[in-house]
Structure formats: structure tokens, C-alpha cells
Design a protein around this ligand. Structure first.
Ligand code: SF4
Length: 324
């Protein structure tokens, strides 16, 4: 069996296991050469090292590392790490994603306090919490999400909280449990256009995800909603326009669009690099469709610049309300 590339933590973690055994049988796809606008500096600042130390001391899993995010050098230098709760192993196997697939460990009940303590040590004004999919749990991990939100609120009440959740598909009542805990921003990514769901996000359902976001607004209109897609997977412009319209119909406030980067040769093939000018065009169009906030650049990720973007999001809502 082919062992799929494991890029994580040599010497810092137990012996590497194949991260994607379910993808091992897939044919290799060619890797396209990165254009200049995708290249980033290697991490290495003192603050980066300090952030890493806090992450390790608390035994935290971050999506920054698990997803092999290109922005890690910049974000961790700002002490901005996106924590991934409920373990490092996902019950789904999306073809774009570098997070490990398999049978997850039981939940760690000390995690909410542990995450809250790390947020305090990092001195975060705004924190992004995400998770793996936990289809094995009756509530999909909704109560655990709520407990993490409450633990952070109790310890650092001024920290604003953004969550990036799974879709809780077929988990009745799960969404309500999370909304009840009142995150400031509820993010759930649509990831791609509906035509590509079967190959890119086979475990998800496009209209379920849209409805989930719409429902958050219905349950609590004070919570900001946010969603994003990747481009470069073979979608066409009209499909992206349709996704924008669908999102606005679901009252989503904040749209993110970023370039898909192929983690390994076994992942979904990258069709093309979208140019910075095309991203600018997406941003202009999205703003004209009424989103409160739009971030559309090659390196945009859900949590990239989330701190500054949250401030801008809040200001945009206030200005909108002032205009009646
Ligand atoms: S963009 Fe998000 S996932 Fe990537 S390094 Fe920054 S905080 Fe982490």
C-alpha cells in the first residue's frame, strides 16, 4: 500500500501513520508549479516560536498545521492560531482536505478549559475555533463546541469567538445547542460549487449547508454568519455567481474566497491558479450583491486575518444600521 505523505511534526509526535489511507489507491495527479503570488515566507520569528510553544504545552491541535496552511508564518507571528477541537482525526474524507481521516478518539472533557487557558495565554482578542467532523457522536460534537465557547467566555469575557463548524448532518437539535452558546461569528464553509460536491465534498450536502447558515440567522440574528469557497477546482464563473446569490438568499454576512492548494498528489487535482485580478473581480461583484464583508485573495482562508475582519464586520453592521 502506498503511504500518503505525512508532513507533520517529525520528532514531535508519535510515529507517523498514513494520514489518508482511503486515498492511497487513487492515481497520482500532477502538481502545478506555484505562481509568484502564492509563495510565502518560511516561518521563523520569535513570536512564531512562542505561539508554537503554547500550542504544544496545551497539547492543542491546530488547523494551521493539520491543513498545512500557507499562512502559518504570518498568523503565528501575530499569535493567531486556529484551534481544532475534538481531536486530529476526521470521520469524513473530503478529497481537498489534508486533515487525517479515521476513527477518532473519545472526546477529551478537559479540552474546553485547556483551550480557554491557551486563549488567555495567547492574549487573543478574537479566537477562531474549528473542529473535525464527528459523525460518530450523537450530536456531532455540538455540546462540546458549546462547552468550549462557554469556557472561553468565562475566562476571557472580552475575547470575541468565531466558530467554524461541520455541517451536523442528520444530527437533530445540534445546531440549536451551538447557537444557544452565542458565538460572535458562526462560520460554515460551502467549500465549492454544488456541481463538484460529489467529487470534492462527498459527505456533505450543498443545500443542507446553506440551510444551516440560514437557520443560524433565524435562531439568533445578532450572530454574524460567514461562509467560504475555494476556487481552482474546475468551477466556472457562473457557478461562483450562483453560490454568491444562494449565500445572500440565506442572509450570510461574510464571504471568503481563496485559492485551493493541493495537499498531495492523492488529493483532488488543482485545475488552475486563479489570478489576483480575478479575485479582485470576485470581491467587487460580491460586495455589489450585498455581503457586509468579503475577503477574496489567493491566500484567503476562513480564519486568515479573522481578528481584523471581525472588527470591520462589526463596523459594517453598525454603519448599515445607522443608515436605516
Ligand atoms: S489562515 Fe487560519 S489556518 Fe491558516 S495559519 Fe492563519 S489562522 Fe491558521
Amino acid at each position: 500500500m502506498v503511504t500518503v505523505l505525512n508532513t507533520l511534526g517529525e520528532g514531535e509526535r508519535p510515529a507517523p501513520r498514513p494520514r489518508h489511507p482511503e486515498k492511497a489507491h487513487r492515481p497520482d495527479t500532477p502538481l502545478l508549479r506555484k505562481p509568484a503570488w502564492i509563495r510565502v515566507k518560511a516561518p521563523g520569528s520569535a513570536i512564531y516560536a512562542e505561539t508554537k510553544k503554547i500550542v504544544r504545552e496545551h497539547g492543542l491541535v491546530t488547523v494551521c498545521e493539520e491543513a498545512g496552511c500557507p499562512n502559518i508564518g504570518e498568523c503565528w507571528t501575530e499569535k493567531h492560531a486556529t484551534m481544532m477541537i475534538m481531536g486530529d482525526t476526521c470521520t469524513r474524507a473530503c478529497s481537498f482536505c489534508n486533515v487525517r481521516t479515521g476513527r477518532p478518539d473519545p472526546l477529551d472533557m478537559s479540552e474546553p478549559e485547556n483551550v480557554a487557558s491557551a486563549v488567555e495565554k495567547l492574549g487573543l482578542r478574537h479566537v477562531v475555533i474549528t473542529s473535525v467532523d464527528r459523525d460518530d457522536l450523537d450530536d456531532g460534537g455540538a455540546l462540546h463546541f458549546a462547552n468550549v465557547i462557554r469556557a472561553i467566555r468565562a475566562r476571557t469575557p472580552d475575547t470575541t469567538i468565531e466558530i467554524l463548524t461541520p455541517d451536523f448532518l442528520r444530527k437533530d437539535g445540534a445546531l440549536e445547542i451551538v447557537v444557544e452558546a452565542k458565538p460572535d461569528v458562526f462560520n460554515h464553509n460551502l467549500e465549492t460549487v454544488p456541481r463538484l460536491y460529489l467529487s470534492i465534498r462527498p459527505g456533505g450536502r450543498y443545500f443542507h449547508s446553506l440551510r444551516l447558515l440560514e437557520r443560524v440567522k433565524e435562531l439568533d440574528p445578532t450572530i454574524f454568519t460567514k461562509s467560504g469557497i475555494m476556487v481552482g477546482l474546475g468551477e466556472v464563473r457562473d457557478e461562483i455567481m450562483q453560490v454568491m446569490d444562494d449565500m445572500r438568499t440565506a442572509n450570510i454576512d461574510f464571504l471568503t474566497i481563496g485559492q485551493y492548494l493541493q495537499p498531495t498528489r492523492k488529493h483532488a487535482a488543482l485545475e488552475r491558479y486563479v489570478t489576483p485580478d480575478e479575485f479582485k473581480g470576485f470581491e467587487t461583484t460580491a460586495r455589489s450583491k450585498g455581503f457586509l464583508m468579503v475577503s477574496a485573495t489567493p491566500l484567503t482562508r476562513s480564519s486568515y486575518h479573522a481578528d481584523a475582519d471581525f472588527a470591520a464586520l462589526r463596523a459594517a453592521r453598525e454603519s448599515q444600521l445607522a443608515q436605516g
